[in-house]
Write a protein that binds this ligand. Structure first.
Ligand SMILES: [Zn+2]
Length: 300
């Protein structure tokens, strides 16, 4: 059983919701949609809501929730919806073949059929090319809905054949109410703008998880032992990337208050560390270099 939000209940993505609502009103659908944006901002929520609305028999423009199609959608037993959800690793050509085969084997119940794929950036080149063939010669009634983080990671030939929408990071007010609805009372880390990223930090109750003020105080104290210890501790944390992003955003918020250049330098130093970590440079080394740079910035 899946619970799908109505388009008008989705927070923080008004612009995209408006475009999709227009498509639903006119029933003039593109054969493929792709929703881009940071993780944890509601791409999948939006995709499922749009899919259910397209398939609803009474939908105008949202879904009714009571028709046969809506009920089957909720029970995940609807013939017209094929969902390929994130499995954590790359999407191979075999996976695509299976999805497309399934499409052919199913018999049509309604006017449209939807193939939903999460994390399209995980498609291998071969997988991408096999999807491309279908996108080049769309099947009547079949609508693809993809989500992906970054357009740079998708084959340009695919990008050119989908309707693209870029979702915003969530503002603090919207994120706060979403987190509350998920049972999080703590209003920390909202600057991250992402449900997933805020959750990673909120779920890690850890004395080493310093807020930005505590973090910057270490550099003001200029205690090298403390700085190296912090690098060593944080390097092993599962929330390292989220925490560094959070420090960057906090530094940015402070910069906007007083335009002190020091904050921009801190952001730059953390950015370098994040890039290195993404390229699989040893975390401890990346952090040590970063923290020494920040230490230098604070003693200028
Ligand atoms: Zn319905």
């Amino acid at each position: 059983m899946i619970e799908v939000k109505r388009l008008d209940e989705i927070l923080g993505q008004d612009e995209v919701v408006n475009y999709l609502t227009k498509d639903l009103e006119s029933k003039n659908f593109n054969h493929a949609y792709m929703f881009f944006g940071n993780r944890g901002i509601g791409k999948k929520t939006l995709a499922l809501s749009f899919a259910k609305s397209i398939l609803c028999q009474n939908g105008n423009p949202g879904f009714c929730g009571v028709c046969n199609s809506c009920k089957k959608f909720d029970m995940e037993s609807y013939m017209e919806f094929i969902g390929y959800y994130d499995q954590g690793d790359s999407i191979k050509i075999e996976n695509i073949r299976r999805i497309l085969e399934e499409e052919h084997l199913k018999k049509y119940e309604g006017a449209y059929r939807i193939i939903f794929m999460e994390h399209a950036q995980r498609m291998t080149k071969e997988a991408g090319n096999s999807i491309l063939k279908v996108l080049e010669e769309p099947w009547p009634g079949t609508i693809f809905i993809f989500t992906a983080i970054n357009p740079d990671e998708i084959l340009p030939t695919i990008i050119s054949r989908v309707e693209k929408y870029y979702l915003n990071n969530l503002n603090q007010k919207d994120l706060s109410s979403i987190m509350k609805s998920l049972g999080y009372e703590n209003n920390k880390y909202l600057s991250l703008g992402s449900i997933d990223e805020a959750r990673v930090l909120l779920d890690n109750i850890d004395q080493d998880l310093l807020d930005y003020k505590q973090f910057s105080e270490i550099f003001i104290r200029k205690d090298l032992v403390e700085i190296f210890e912090l690098a060593e501790k944080l390097a092993k944390k599962p929330y390292l990337k989220e925490l560094l992003s959070y420090y960057q955003l906090e530094a940015m918020a402070i910069y906007r208050q007083g335009f002190e250049e020091i904050n921009l330098k801190v952001i730059g130093a953390i950015d370098k560390a994040l890039r290195k970590i993404k390229k699989n440079v040893n975390e401890k080394h990346a952090l040590e270099y970063c923290f020494l740079t920040i230490g230098g910035i604070f003693s200028e």
